[in-house]
Design a protein around this ligand. Sequence first.
Ligand code: PFF
Length: 451
Amino acid sequence: MTDRGNFGSKIGIVLATAGSAVGLGNVWRFPFMVGQNGGAAFIIVYVGCILLLGIPGMVSEFIVGRHSQANAARAYASFSNSKAWGLVGILGVLTSTIILGFYAVVAGWCMQYLGASVLGQLKGDSTFVLHYFQRFSTDPVKPAVLGVAFILLTHFVIVRGVKDGIERVSKLLMPLLFILLLIIVGASCSLPGAGKGVEFLLKPDFSKLSSQVFLEALGQAFFSLSLGTACLCTYASYFSRHTHLLQAAGQIALVDLLIAVLSGLMIFPAAFSVGVLPDSGPSLIFITLPNVFQQAFAFMPMLGYVISIMFYALLVFAALTSTISMHEIGTAFFSEEFGMRRSHAAWILTIVCGLIAVFCSLSIGQADLQLFGKSLMDFCDFVTAQVMLPLGALLTSILVGWCASKVVVRNEFTNHETASSKSFFGFYMFCVRFIVPVCILLILMHQFGVI
Ligand code: PFF
């Protein structure tokens, strides 16, 4: 069996875990959800979900992982003293493997668009950009190859280990991502008419709120914080005994929210400045945006060219720090549970996820690769984000809130009564025992049409 390794520094812990949280969920999913669900009103609900469900959920996964210092399956089993709970860890491994498969396809699209931006191939009117996306995404070979390439890129970071691979790459990419984001936000907000986009993002329209918006906000909060996949549990198994779990969760949630809101400030002002409504759904960054950048910076085409490159580079960096975390869950599981070398365990995951990516990519253009009336890609997105993630988070909160020893939970939360956050323990327990499970149960029941 391999030496487990640990993150080497406090900043490494925050950047690597924030790297997992910050991904396509922030830069791609969040803006189109805000666009479709009433702008700032959605953000207010979203912040509520993060505070009441997200942070307590993160702390719970941290507690299980840090206490057990093992891969997800073993962590859940040893935290509860029951092998049956180990299944929750295995559910996490399964969920993250499926997510990695389809997520890599979108990450591959980002690589294609990065290359196309560099080569100046995205120039043309909106029909041209639409056809470009349709032609590319339904191609049987290219997007599949790029998806697999992205998984291989992830693989080569993972095999270098926790400190030299994951931590090092996160320490490099996260600050870079932040700088690129700030530059594009600055450029976007200084465009004429950009104020309307800022207003859309910051001025709430409560008439758009509905139960569906609450569900969407909650699903997005889970996806964005990487909750319910055992990812946070796996990363926490590399935390030091001195890490303050509540503080770490708060910092990571804050970084995640900040990047999501900044992503909105990057996209909406540019879109409004050229009169494009940002409510076009998942295709926003591949169909609407290439054109928006071109038009918005038409007065200085070179700037439009550079901004477009920076934007897709940002997406690739964000995606990579997230795919690394998904890959690590399964790699740690296979290497520790089956006593394999880390590199062999990593290959198992790379091959399985590569196959999922190929089939997901093919399902976009091929009608016969469908499940329950959805393309395989949409089905994987639906079943993980709407069912498996909430289920993982629900079971974790039941384990930590109701089944585990309260003394152990308290000791982890308070670092044996030394952490200043100990006065929050009562509120944390209240959230984990009641608020989190009740809200998730309501969502799942809504999902299955029970209410
Ligand atoms: N949090 C990532 C994002 O917002 O893109 C997605 C993600 C990462 C989901 C890791 C699940 C996971 F285990």
